[in-house]
Design a protein around this ligand. Sequence first.
Ligand code: SF4
Length: 479
Amino acid sequence: MSGDGLVWLGTPAFPEAAREALADTRLRRNLRRATTTIRDKRLAAVGELDDWERLRESGAAIKRRTLRHLGHYLERLEEKVTAAGGVVHWAADAAEANRIVADLVKATGRTEVVKVKSMATQEIGLNEALAAEGITAYETDLAELIVQLGDDRPSHILVPAIHRSRAEIREIFTREMGRRGKDAPADLSDDPRALAEAARLHLREKFLSAKVAVSGANFGVAETGTVCVVESEGNGRMCLTLPETLITVMGIEKVVPDFVDLEVFLQLLPRSSTGERMNPYTSLWTGVTPGDGPQEFHLVLLDNGRTQTLRDTVGRQALSCIRCSACLNVCPVYERTGGHAYGSVYPGPIGAVLTPQLAGVEHAASLPFASTLCGACYDACPVKINIPEVLTHLRAKIVQGRRPGAEALVMKAATAVLSAPGRLSAVQRASFLGGRVIARKGRIGRLPPPLAGWSAARDTPAPPSESFRAWWSRTKESS
Ligand code: SF4
């Protein structure tokens, strides 16, 4: 199945988008402050456990086993959800998933849904697809609400509005809330408590009137057909319990075999994401229960490029991701560019390996190069995804798929020069001379093509007046 979903948003390639983001000093300040705070909290929470490394090993092993037998666990999940009164739908791609959800909402006769934060529904562009069918989706997670009201895009997995300052959020609330429901208080300040209260009042109205909710899923337990959502604000609990109909869109890789496995992830996830010992709200439900909670439950199992990713024995590691965002918070590239530069709903190191695989490397060929390969993401990942390994694997695929270009010609020329000492000396003499002519203040700025791209992002020191070989033969061989 090709990854023809909407995971790739088609913004400029990473180098261009990153250059623009780097010029935004306010964005960099917001990002530095936020990622440093979350990073420190995570380190403290992880440091409390003596068996953290063993937990990581367990998490990685469970994910490997599950991915090896994914079909088996998914069929078991379907069987158990169905037996508990739910309905399972299989969606091969974004278009099919969106059509299924839109048809389900239309069948209820409603034109509004409340949503709890879900990467999968962002990946398929569900809100836009529903809008095209005359259905309005209201995001209820605080950060998602900020993004939605600001007509913006998320830039972080866990904190989608990480790029916004308090003053900006106040301005967005004041300007936009009234257009979509309860207005913000006239005297709203940028105090975090006041902003949260304004959001709470605005959303309460939606929760109480909504008859249909759409959620994602952190985990689906094959053994029992139980679906799990973890969150911090209680908005998820409201969405999952108050409406009459609940539609959950879950990536097929989110299945775990049983409750013992779930327990491992419920320890790994909160410490890695928010630096907490456990999530404030962990909601679990199994099908429908008469007289309690939604009386209609639909589980949409989303492929959208995942089975294609599974075929790649190196790249499939990316499907183990539990979306904790620890890799983003430690990444020196993410901290400087922010999430929008990645042009995908999955930013940061995990986005750099997941997006090209879901969307097809030809659609996101710059992303595997958006990394220094420092390995901080691998160290932080609670399920030990070797992101640098996948990055280099994808880089190789991309390079192999290209027609020989300037780089190949340069390498060919370098081989010819380096294999003949006489040629090397002649080229060295010419480059020393040329380098010194074009150098300014001891540095060379932009080199002519085909080296222009390489020199655009680097300072090149001016070459010395003679090479080591020339110096050796002048001073040692003559003595
Ligand atoms: S790749 Fe690992 S660290 Fe990054 S979001 Fe996924 S689970 Fe978390």
